[in-house]
Design a binder for this molecule. Structure first.
Ligand code: ADE
Length: 277
């Protein structure tokens, strides 16, 4: 039996390592939470802003030491679930595949194309089979609240965008970059998958705020992506990211009404009850 979700907001934030430290949280605590899925990226920092509880987890670990392919996405989502989060916000650096999504802009991702190949992408498997819907992989309610908060924080926000998630750790070739454009992708990154899939399986509404750091490499006249440029834009945007979290806390209604994603597993488990391990 699943536990009822709290009628109050508790937002899990997967993001950069410096994020939580720059936000004044009431009753802040750092806690190590164990997971049967292995080691999460690090301890969580939990605390309140007004009526909203936030629990932060730096997905690349302290000092950005965990590469995208080695993040234990299952443990991270499981730890947030164990902390009682109701919804998950993901903040991540992305490259742009469109002229009008310029470095410094923010994109409220609503769709994904998954090109990852080395990551465990489900909590389910032999013994317990489930197929959740990923037709709409992000939560419209959370996405809208987050986009509004990012605008109020001073961000230049695009309200929709398709994110292609590559395995990395290398950036793409020019041919790949142009192929992703032809597929209809707007932005590119390395971390949202399988995070979004696992959040759905954990019945956690999920939204990604992508911060554009570069134009990837589809523009012939420009050099390829350089980490120094990515970091420079991320540092410039760090205060907007922190303000976005504060604005989100201010903008959410006092009580959290249930959404369909809260019960995503209701019709997704296919293994007969008497055959479940
Ligand atoms: N993260 C930031 N910029 C990126 C890019 N161009 N490709 C993949 N991940 C990124």
């Amino acid at each position: 039996m699943r536990a009822e979700k709290s009628p109050f907001w508790h937002i899990g934030v997967l993001g950069g390592s410096g994020l939580a430290a720059g936000i004044e949280l009431e009753d802040a605590q750092e806690i190590e939470v164990a997971s049967p899925f292995g080691k999460p990226s690090g301890p969580v920092t939990t605390g309140r802003i007004g009526n909203v509880r936030f629990t932060f987890l730096a997905r690349h670990g302290a000092g950005h030491a965990i590469p995208p392919s080695e993040i234990n996405y299952r443990a991270n989502i499981d730890v947030l679930k164990r902390c009682g989060v109701t919804d998950v916000v993901s903040l991540s650096a992305i490259g742009s595949l469109r002229e009008d999504m310029a470095p410094g802009h923010m994109v409220m991702v609503d769709q994904f194309i998954d090109r990852t190949s080395q990551r465990t992408n489900s909590f389910f498997g032999t013994g317990l089979v489930a197929h959740v819907s990923m037709a709409d992989p992000t939560c419209a309610r959370l996405r809208e609240a987050l986009g509004e908060a990012a605008s109020l924080a001073g961000g230049h926000v695009h309200t929709t965008g398709t994110y292609v998630c590559i395995e990395g750790p290398q950036f793409s070739s020019r041919a790949e970059s142009r192929m992703y454009q032809a597929w209809g992708a707007d932005v590119i990154g390395m971390t949202a998958m399988p995070e979004a899939r696992l959040a759905r399986e954990a019945e956690l509404p999920y939204a990604t705020l992508g911060m554009v750091t570069d134009y990837d490499c589809w523009r012939e006249e420009e050099e390829g992506v350089e980490v120094s440029h990515v970091l420079e834009v991320m540092h410039k945007n760090a205060e907007i990211a922190r303000k976005t979290v504060r604005e989100l806390a201010r903008g959410l209604p006092e009580r959290r009404e249930p959404v369909g994603i809260d019960t995503a597993l209701e019709y997704a488990l296919i293994t007969a009850p008497d055959a479940r391990d």
